[in-house]
Design a protein around this ligand. Sequence first.
Ligand SMILES: [Fe+2]
Ligand SMILES: [Fe+2]
Length: 188
Amino acid sequence: MPETEKNLRAALQGESEAKKKYELFGKKAQEEGHPFLSRVFFAISHAESIHIKNHLKALSVLTGKESQLDEFVSINEDEIMKKVKTTKENLQDAIKGEIYETKIMYKEFINNSRVENRNVAELSFELAKKAEYIHAKIFKKYLKILEKNKSILEEDLYVCQICGNVEFQKPPKKCPICDHDQFFFKKM
Ligand SMILES: [Fe+2]
Ligand SMILES: [Fe+2]
């Protein structure tokens, strides 16, 4: 099996776990009285589902057959549930995960896909890597606000349906990550 295929499978597993984890973190934030932060977690969970869609497409191109997520991913909800702590700790966990994906995992996967000349997978990894960087920045911002006991500003939230970039207030004319038009941003 080409390294790129193994990497796509690993990325699908990781993104699926992150997607589920952020849903649970979102519920916890709601319980703790942070409704907007809850929406942020749900928006970023949705962003991870875009990475899943892109990686799945790349895997179909690579293998030449239609790939279904449940062939490659198994989610242990009990294990993910154990990760849910206080919202502050959840934000720390989320930051760690996003930084790992940006700086280590996707970096390595991009290199492997380049070596194997798998352009579709490389692009999918590249978009995810850049979006995860933005996700980490967003989580850091809210962790700081909670640590300083400041109140959280409610803003409109948008997710790019092509790359999983998250923007506040209003969508940019063009997505700074994937260069797609404003039209591709979905209000969350
Ligand atoms: Fe992310
Ligand atoms: Fe985008």
